[in-house]
Design a protein around this ligand. Structure first.
Ligand code: AHG
Ligand code: MN
Ligand code: MN
Length: 331
């Protein structure tokens, strides 16, 4: 019987580097750094309830360690892993008001924007959470913290880690495919489990916080009533699934097909989710998997950022579903 090839994430990343004659190996190292950081975060997430890591900053846990909120713990671990010499010059993080310039790396050629822990309000309820990352090259036309403010189309790589029933690392490179690696904690390795992920062109799942329904623009409301209508010939009603962790909702829809929406509303004219470290990286992933991501009008990847924590309405997932909601919003 032909043995299935076992591929670790390091082998996969290295193979990709070898196929790129211009590769310096630095992007490889950054992806390694992120994989390492995610293993450390996964370990803490999986025991968080035991060592009261959920506490507030500054208290101490049973081992007398200073307890950090898991968001800050994740933030610090990732920055520490990315601080190896010569790799990353600037890091933008949801947890930090301003981007961090890694002084000793000012000559480095990459920038990382990240959401160290997405869905963190769900940790206490043991619901899947994640890390989202976006990797850019330094732009000679920008300097310092402004290096983080680059359109999603300039990303050289992006992806996420989902800490769920298993821990999975999913990433893509600018012109690459989308691949998923599942962590085997018994050996501490990520193994290729989902090769060349392609999201269904059309899906039956819609994900949105319907509690905001009355605050949405009319087109979005009409779309919700359309997908809920009893039209069996048109495979409606669709199915509603909403976890409240973007990474978990996105990952399920990527594999099964469907649309995730966080629309603008009259209280949040730009929606809730952040462009640089939530929408843009997931937009690169979904685009390379055959899907779409827009703010309701424009492709997410084409939006020129103006500030680090800029929010953006998000409609992301299967191509046909995203196109359809945009039609309703135009009416
Ligand atoms: P974060 O925990 O990084 O702040 O992100 C939370 C986000 C996202 O994960 C999720 O889709 C969204 O908040 C849920 O928002 P609502 O609770 O308003 O639906
Ligand atoms: Mn988030
Ligand atoms: Mn977060």
């Amino acid at each position: 019987m032909k043995q299935r090839k076992i591929t670790t994430i390091e082998q996969h990343i290295l193979d990709a580097e070898r196929m790129n004659p211009d590769a310096s190996g630095t992007l490889t190292q950054i992806l390694y750094d992120l994989a390492l950081a995610s293993k450390i975060i996964s370990r803490e997430v999986n025991k968080a309830g035991l060592v009261s890591l959920l506490g507030v900053t500054g208290t101490t846990n049973v081992q007398g360690e200073v307890v950090k909120k898991l968001d800050l713990f994740a933030n610090d671990v990732i920055i520490q892993c990315l601080s190896e010499p010569g790799r990353v010059a600037v890091v933008g993080s949801e947890e930090l008001e301003e981007a961090v310039i890694l002084r000793e790396n000012s000559h480095a050629s990459y920038v990382v924007n990240m959401d160290p822990l997405d869905g963190s309000s769900n940790i206490d309820a043991n619901v899947s959470i994640g890390t989202i990352f976006s990797i850019l090259e330094m732009n000679p036309e920008l300097s310092g913290q402004a290096q983080c403010l680059q359109a999603g189309s300039r990303q050289v790589a992006a992806g996420y880690i989902i800490y769920g029933s298993s821990t999975m690392f999913v990433y893509t490179t600018r012109d690459g495919t989308v691949n998923g690696f599942t962590l085997d904690p018994s050996v501490g390795e990520y193994f290729l489990s989902h090769s060349n992920i392609q999201t269904p062109q059309r899906g039956r799942i819609y994900s949105v916080n319907e509690g905001n329904y009355l605050k949405w623009q009319e087109g979005v409301k009409r779309y919700l009533k359309y997908v809920q209508a009893i039209e069996p010939d048109d495979d409606r009603p669709m199915t509603s699934r909403y976890i409240g962790s973007l990474v978990a909702d996105f990952h399920r829809n990527l594999l099964y097909g469907g649309i995730f929406m966080y629309p603008a509303d009259y209280k949040h004219p730009c929606g809730k989710l952040r462009l640089l470290y939530e929408a843009s990286p997931l937009a690169l992933v979904v685009n390379n998997a055959g899907g779409l991501a827009t703010d309701g009008k424009r492709p997410i990847l084409e939006i020129e950022p103006e500030e680090l924590h800029q929010r953006v309405p998000l409609f992301i997932g299967s191509r046909d579903n995203v196109i359809q909601v945009m039609e309703f919003m135009k009416q």
